[in-house]
Ligand binder design. Structure first.
Ligand SMILES: Cc1ncc(COP(=O)(O)O)c(C=O)c1O
Length: 396
């Protein structure tokens, strides 16, 4: 399993997943985006500008923290990659800064994005404020009600929030609307997608900017422990934080990688958002992936207590890593994620995002089953946005 490529084929495929399904009018623009990105990713000035922002603005490298109390309680060594400590509170800022810089270099004046939990929205609004770009964020009305602190932040940062009231009023509908708006505005705007999803080259671009997590983590873990972790785990919505950390360890054969999908209320279609575990081959938002779908192939309704994981599709790279067996994809339900949310808060003084709580819950499960092992968790974000919702609806 050595040397799994970071890049898709020229047509944007990872195995049979990915690709680029676009309306004719956008094909030329997407070729321009691909060409500009491929040039910039190896450009010394671009990388200096981005790396300076990551260091002095975001606060990278994010540390790896040995969670001593949690480890003692569950009998394995649990380490946290602290993406929650980034400016804006999650890993999303890693790719948002990259996307906003790319937009500037392409001469665009506006960024369009969707958001579920609000973390990608806040990160995009932040990058837009910093770089002097206009910013439109599409967000499902259900998520607007649930993630109020992030909505307030986006408004403070100068973003225009467009409430999406179609169907489930959640992340999928927000992407639908954002794409529709982008089709009208692509000459002056760039669509800054929030995960490794969408038509090629979007997954490749977001993956590139998130790989900083794995690069740092590989070196930091070695320095801290003198060895490699036995397990690396991360939650998977579209899959950007997970691919970011996995890329650092894909070619370390002894390291077992686990993506954690949201099981929500049950295994029934409509009651979870575990696309790899329960989806079938299909397409959504311009790419092929494992998709939670209705009998006629349309995307199914999904559900998770974590808005940022509530999406029927998943990044093509994860579908590929699943098919070749390099990464295993497990699930955690709402109840266990909420319990991990409280547990990390009370044992370590760290309030995790509900999305990240899925990975923490899985690490606890791994620890119980594998005493004395070393487990590295990507703590993708902090839980400030979730505290009102959780304490009001699931008090402990
Ligand atoms: C903190 C946090 N973690 C994880 C995710 C899921 O996204 P991804 O799978 O792209 O990392 C989100 C999405 O909003 C998030 O806010």
């Amino acid at each position: 399993m050595n040397n799994i490529s970071l890049l898709p084929t020229e047509e944007g495929f990872f195995g049979e997943f990915g690709g680029q399904i676009l309306p004719d009018g956008l094909k030329e623009e997407f070729s321009k985006i691909t060409e500009t990105f491929l040039k910039l990713k190896d450009d010394a000035d671009f990388n200096k500008e981005l790396n300076d922002l990551l260091k002095y603005y975001t606060g990278r490298p994010s540390p790896i923290y040995f969670a001593k109390n949690l480890s003692k309680k569950y009998g394995a060594e649990i380490y946290l990659k602290r993406e929650d400590l980034n400016h804006t509170g999650a890993h999303k800022i890693n790719h948002s800064l990259g996307e906003a810089l790319l937009a500037k270099k392409m001469g665009k004046t506006k960024i369009i994005a969707e958001t579920g939990a609000g973390q990608h929205g806040v990160a995009t609004a932040t990058a837009a404020a910093l770089l002097g770009l206009k910013c439109d964020i599409y967000m499902g009305e259900k998520d607007i009600q649930k993630e109020k602190p992030n909505v307030t932040k986006m408004r403070l940062l100068g973003a225009n929030i467009i409430s999406v009231k179609q169907d489930a009023m959640s992340l999928k509908e927000a992407v639908d609307q954002a794409f529709a708006a982008y089709q009208q505005e692509y000459e002056t705007a760039l669509y800054a997608i929030g995960s490794i999803v969408g038509p090629h080259p979007f997954p490749m671009i977001v993956e590139h900017f998130q790989t900083v997590i794995g690069r740092e983590a590989h070196q930091q873990f070695k320095e801290l422990t003198g060895t490699m972790p036995d397990y690396v785990t991360a939650c998977v919505g579209g899959g950007s934080n997970a691919i970011g950390i996995f890329n650092g360890f894909l070619n370390e054969e002894t390291v077992k990688l686990f993506g954690v999908e949201p099981l929500g209320k049950s295994e029934k279609i409509g009651e979870n958002a575990a696309s790899i575990n329960f989806g079938k081959k299909g397409s959504i938002h311009g790419f092929k992936c494992l998709l939670l779908q209705n009998e006629d192939g349309t995307p199914a309704q999904t559900y998770s207590v974590a808005s940022g994981l509530d999406y029927p599709g998943v990044g093509p790279k994860h579908c590929y890593l699943n098919s070749c067996g390099r990464v295993k994809y497990s699930t955690i339900n709402d109840i266990d994620a909420i319990s991990a949310f409280y547990e990390l808060s009370k044992t370590e003084g760290i309030i995790p995002a509900l999305e990240s709580s899925h990975a923490v819950a899985f690490a606890i499960k791994l620890a119980k089953e594998n005493p004395n092992s070393k487990i590295l968790v990507n703590l993708s974000g902090r839980g400030d946005k979730d505290i009102d919702f959780i304490t009001e609806n699931f008090p402990q």
